[in-house]
Ligand binder design. Structure first.
Ligand SMILES: [Zn+2]
Length: 107
């Protein structure tokens, strides 16, 4: 059993993946994505994450603009993510940790 746990941990599965959620559509994004986008554009992480908070997925340039969530789980993720970002600002690790504490991955 402990072997499975170790393998899961190495693979970055479950609680060890830190996601934040689009405030428009509720889609999960790995935090590293925003570092990658910042590197691509020569921008700061904070600037890229702020754009994501105001514009949604399309701000990454990796996908077209997204639609506002319509199903209950996605809308709850989106609304909660937006509210946490207002409270915590660019503390993206804090936002991701709180979303995980609330069980957002299972909604
Ligand atoms: Zn989105």
């Amino acid at each position: 059993m402990s072997l499975d746990y170790s393998r899961e941990r190495r693979a970055g599965v479950g609680t060890f993946v830190m996601d934040v959620y689009c405030p428009r559509c509720g889609e999960p994004w790995e935090i590293d994505t925003f570092h990658d986008v910042a590197d691509e554009r020569g921008e700061t992480f904070a600037a890229v994450f702020a754009a994501f908070q105001s514009e949604g997925c399309g701000a990454t340039g990796w996908v077209p603009t997204c639609e506002r969530a319509t199903d209950d789980g996605a809308r709850m993720r989106a609304d909660m993510s937006g509210a946490l970002a207002e409270m915590l600002g660019d503390d993206v690790d804090g936002i991701a940790a709180m979303m995980e504490d609330f069980g957002a991955g299972g909604w």
